[in-house]
Write a protein that binds this ligand. Structure first.
Ligand code: G
Ligand code: G
Ligand code: MN
Length: 501
């Protein structure tokens, strides 16, 4: 934001007036001389003088109008801008924040910081009014330039500022607050002081859905901070604590992916006609060096929320392909290598194309890759991706709908997509023996799959009883702890050597 100084505005007004006066006097004197010199006839001279006067009035009146309308506009603008610091005043600040919030996507967060300089009265008494004001101006410039890229800064009142920033996945919200404290201390040393400040921090959407609500949360937080001095207070401490833990976990997962520290396991899929293995599902595992195995139910949603899922999928695919090409299993024992991908990836043609390019690098594997899409993928987006599906299918890759029946889009997905396989959600399978309705649903799904001529796999088969019912209902394939748990490659090799079961 441009600095606006009251003094410089006054001096420029004086300058314009002086120039105008000077030019006008010169014009009157010299134009009269010129007219007198050219025209002799006094009556003609008088007429020319009259026209000259009228022209002069019209020109200056127009100029005056232009200047007044410009200054009116500037005046309107200056109501939004603080004279002392040149920063937006509160009203404009809130409008700017609301605009940024309205442009956020659902997973984004926004942070508002409220800043209050500690013991500003004493600072003012020590430095004097003028120096204290100059300290605030310097601070405003520091805040604008150094807090965070794209930060919106406002001088709210006296020694109080407010800052809004869009929180990116690697933004450390507390570090930004510490940086503000650092800037205050640093600038105060220029004035021979050692000044601290307090901060109240509010986060969108948890502490408020719009700029006003965030401001109110941040100011209520700073009340607590002020009782302590030189303190950062989050509006919702427990929430921030959790957010911090999750953020920490995200950083660790990001590093684990970069350093390729994830591993994969394989869960076999069986053909029920002869109980032989017909494929494997690749599942990601994260063995944390200090914390041990972390469940995919924790790190998969984390990767989805923090935009890491595509990198994770690429890594999982890379590890699985590398491991499997070193064996002679693909195409002999294993017809299908199933890879899970998340809805967000499936909906992103760029990411899907990238995956496909990677898959095609190993032609021996390509026709065996089966991509499992969870039902969480939104249907509108799926329609857009359906063309991509058929392109991939031409290269031999096939598609499966995971957890079929759980979401409400199942049938519509079948209608719109040329799917190769559906996997009946394990919640139906687990109730097969106890609930006749589940049995009816499973039977209907199998019948429908057969009439569409697509493979049907029952997931989560845990007992012989469930298996018997599935066979009775005509299910072709199954997967589950009854047959085998997910296992590393070495175990898979042994397992395949020992089959058929
Ligand atoms: O074995 P299990 O606990 O691995 O898996 C838990 C969940 O995590 C399942 O819903 C499974 O689909 C998902 N999952 C496992 N590995 C991957 C993966 O590589 N990518 C994606 N998107 N999901 C996975
Ligand atoms: O959502 P998806 O189908 O990708 O889920 C795979 C998950 O299901 C993995 O976590 C895997 O360990 C788990 N799983 C596989 N077989 C069984 C089973 O028989 N019972 C249960 N409870 N989970 C299973
Ligand atoms: Mn799956």
């Amino acid at each position: 934001m441009q600095m606006i100084s009251y003094k410089s505005k006054t001096s420029s007004a004086l300058r314009i007036t002086a120039i105008y006066t000077f030019v006008a006097i010169l014009w009157i004197l010299f134009s009269d001389l010129v007219v007198n010199f050219i025209v002799d006839d006094t009556s003609v001279r008088e007429k020319i003088q009259t026209y000259k006067g009228i022209t002069f009035v019209v020109v200056t009146a127009s100029l005056l109008m232009l200047l007044i309308s410009r200054s009116n506009k500037a005046l309107l603008k200056s109501n939004d801008i603080d004279f002392v610091t040149g920063l937006p005043r509160l009203g404009l600040f809130l409008k700017m924040i609301d605009r940024q919030i309205s442009n956020l996507s659902p997973a984004d967060r926004y942070a508002m910081y409220y800043i209050d300089i500690d013991h500003f009265h004493e600072l003012k008494e020590t430095l004097g009014e003028e120096q204290a004001e100059s300290f605030l101006v310097s601070l405003a410039m520091d805040f604008e330039q150094h807090i965070y890229p794209g930060a919106i800064v406002s001088h709210v009142h006296a020694d109080e500022f407010s800052v809004g920033i869009k929180v990116e996945p690697n933004t450390d919200i507390e570090n930004v607050a510490k940086k503000i404290q650092h800037l205050v201390r640093l600038q105060s040393t220029v004035y021979g002081m050692s000044t601290t400040c307090c901060l109240g921090v509010a986060l969108y959407p948890d502490d408020g859905m719009n700029a006003r609500q965030l401001l109110s949360s941040a100011t209520s937080a700073i009340e607590t901070a002020k009782t302590k001095g030189n303190y950062i207070q989050f509006h919702d401490l427990s929430l921030t604590q959790r957010a911090k833990q999750r953020h920490q976990q995200f950083l660790e997962l990001r590093d684990a992916i970069h350093q390729e520290q994830l591993s994969v396991v394989y869960q076999p899929k069986y053909s029920l006609s002869d109980n032989s293995v017909c494929g494997v599902e690749v599942l990601a595992r994260w063995n944390h060096p200090d914390k041990g195995f972390i469940s995919p139910d924790i790190f998969i949603p984390l990767a989805e929320d923090y935009d890491l899922i595509h990198q994770l999928s690429k890594l999982v695919l890379k590890i699985a392909v590398n491991e499997l090409v070193s064996t002679d299993l693909v195409g002999s024992c294993l017809e299908h290598i199933s890879i899970n991908i998340s809805a967000s990836e499936f909906n992103n043609p760029h990411e899907m194309t990238e995956l496909m390019a990677f898959i095609k690098q190993t032609p021996a594997i390509t026709p065996h890759i089966r991509i499992e899409i969870t039902e969480r993928a939104a249907l509108d987006e799926i329609k857009r991706s359906s063309e991509l599906i058929s392109v991939f299918q031409q290269d031999g890759v096939s598609f499966s709908i995971d957890d079929f029946g759980k979401g409400y889009t199942s049938l519509a997905m079948l209608k719109d997509l040329a799917i190769n396989e559906i996997k009946i959600d394990r919640s139906f399978v687990s109730e097969l023996t106890s609930d006749s309705r589940s049995r009816t649903i499973v039977s209907a799904i199998i019948g429908m799959a057969q009439s569409f001529d697509i493979d049907v796999v029952a997931e989560g088969v845990e007992t012989g009883e469930q298996l018997a019912i599935l066979k009775e209902l005509g299910c072709q394939q199954a997967q589950g702890y009854y047959f085998a748990r997910p296992m590393p490659l070495v175990e898979l090799k042994d397992h395949l050597r020992l089959e058929p079961k």
